[in-house]
Design a protein around this ligand. Sequence first.
Ligand code: ATP
Ligand code: PRP
Length: 216
Amino acid sequence: MNLTLALSKGRIFDETLPLLRAAGIEVLEDPETSRKLILATNQPQVRVVLVRATDVPTYVQYGGADLGVTGLDTLIEHGNQGLYQPLDLGIARCRVSVAVRADFDYASAVRQGARLKVATKYVAIAREFFAAKGVHVDLIKLYGSMELAPLTGLADAIVDLVSTGSTLKANQLVEVERIMDISARLVVNQAALKLKQAPIRRLIDAFRTAAVTQTR
Ligand SMILES: Nc1ncnc2c1ncn2[C@@H]1O[C@H](COP(=O)(O)OP(=O)(O)OP(=O)(O)O)[C@@H](O)[C@H]1O
Ligand SMILES: O=P(O)(O)OC[C@H]1O[C@H](OP(=O)(O)OP(=O)(O)O)[C@H](O)[C@@H]1O
């Protein structure tokens, strides 16, 4: 029975490889050197498709792939309709945070009930977070380079991913709130889970064992 796994190039692909290996699956091509979007593996019935990180949940939801690996950030923004989420893989760990220019007094702005202009790719996460705090925000949707927004006057604050903090530091921004911890999740198409139960269960079990071993 054929299995299609959706991955995005870069850290998700790189960090999923050891988990695949632990499940006995070797990807036969390197996405950094090949232009192919469908990659064969050493198991003839298993293939990997390469999609944009934000498209992984969409591929899995509509059955373009049976399974996928996606950040919790992306999953929350997409919504989890039609997706079974059996596993936190513990890879691609980072956090979603609020950051501002070092000279912006965030605490006072929030205390005084000011209306904050917030630029982000993560509008659902940001909306929910500020609503829960009772802070009024104007959300500005961006698709990348959020760090630039406070530096150019586009926004007072950003909601973005932070790992080491070096991107914020390089742009003279400071992290003022941690919203949530993020890691990558395995997502599975619900129909595929029923129709291809045995191979999917085997893969989930192998990933679970490998993920636990890796994060120990
Ligand atoms: N610096 C980081 N450290 C650890 N994990 C990260 C980091 N940046 C992003 N991630 C995680 O990896 C996932 C994929 O990030 P990646 O940078 O590969 O894609 P992207 O460029 O954000 O996506 P797209 O191409 O759709 O815009 C993110 O959704 C997040 O969960
Ligand atoms: O705290 P740090 O360790 O600096 O990591 C945070 C940065 O990592 C991600 O970008 P990435 O490097 O993936 O580039 P991208 O935005 O092009 O995906 C994210 O969008 C942040 O900008």
